[in-house]
Ligand binder design. Structure first.
Ligand code: ZN
Length: 280
């Protein structure tokens, strides 16, 4: 099963956003807002899984309008002062998929790891798709107070009606629940709360190894291995618990880890380069 990493431009965030040094969320966010140091630009990735049942797209990247004047809400200090984005129109997920030979209008299923703007910004390319996300994420992202919690839901397409997923089915590995997405069992969703409370990750069984499409469960392979919590995570405690479970998975299996913002993720994916966990 071929999996494509699709880069939809770049984002730049503060060093204390990449790696926080406080525990409580208000202290972490304040630390990011007052940080003067920008981390290097990072890729914004989405993924396309060429499954025999049909193409499955994981996340949709950022919109090329993200830097238009007035696009980001003026009253939102975080998006105004603590994030920068570079996305050209041809870098949006729609044209990227077309370049790979896939018509966006024919995509049947989109899986959202979570609903932050750099993951949901390309949803408008998929008006005919079923948009899957955890029930918790759907509720929080579409809530009236969503923007205050980091969900700029005014940018979501007006037609968006997510298919909410309840993680109430079979346990899998170290996870209390999981959802099998395909009849052959090769694509599975697991709850990885922390960055957002409804965050999920996607595990693809490639036979001799697993590919973990980790979204923002950790910003990089290193963050996953070291349990580094990001500056805006809704829950540091859940974040650490999720990366611990993911490390256990990497101990028991050969796992290729591809987080959204890890510059080395696409190369690891192309080379099926597994994550080396100490003790494996
Ligand atoms: Zn995010």
């Amino acid at each position: 099963m071929r999996i494509h990493a699709i880069q939809t431009g770049e984002v730049q965030i503060k060093t204390r956003h990449v790696e926080s040094r406080r525990n409580a969320r208000p202290a972490r966010v304040l630390d990011v807002l007052t940080d003067r140091n920008w981390a290097p630009r990072l890729p914004i990735s989405a993924y396309a899984i060429e499954h025999p049942d049909g193409l499955i797209v994981v996340d949709t990247g950022e919109s090329s309008h993200a830097n238009d004047p007035g696009y980001q809400p003026w009253w939102h200090p975080f998006v105004q002062t603590s994030e920068r984005r570079w996305v050209e129109p041809h870098e949006e997920i729609g044209p990227r998929l077309q370049a790979l030979g896939h018509e966006p209008a024919e995509v049947g299923r989109i899986v959202m790891t979570h609903m932050h703007g750099d993951h949901a910004g390309g949803l408008s390319h998929f008006p005919n798709a079923e948009i899957l996300m955890s029930a918790r994420e759907a509720k929080m992202a579409l809530a009236r107070d969503g923007p205050a919690n980091g969900y700029l839901n005014g940018h979501y397409p007006g037609w968006l009606k997510p298919s909410p997923l309840e993680f109430d089915s079979e346990p899998w590995e170290g996870f209390e629940a999981s959802i099998v997405l395909t009849d052959d069992g090769a694509v599975r969703l697991i709850p990885t709360p922390g960055h957002t409370l409804g965050h999920l990750s996607v595990v693809v069984d490639q036979g001799d190894h697993l590919v973990l499409i980790a979204g923002d469960a950790a910003y990089s392979e290193r963050a996953l291995l070291e349990g580094i919590v990001d500056g805006v995570a809704q829950s540091a405690e859940h974040h650490r618990d999720s990366t611990r479970r993911l490390r256990e998975l990497c101990t028991r299996h050969t796992v290729v880890v591809v987080p959204t913002h890890d510059p080395d993720g696409p190369q690891r994916l192309a080379e099926s380069q597994a994550t080396a966990v100490p003790g494996r």
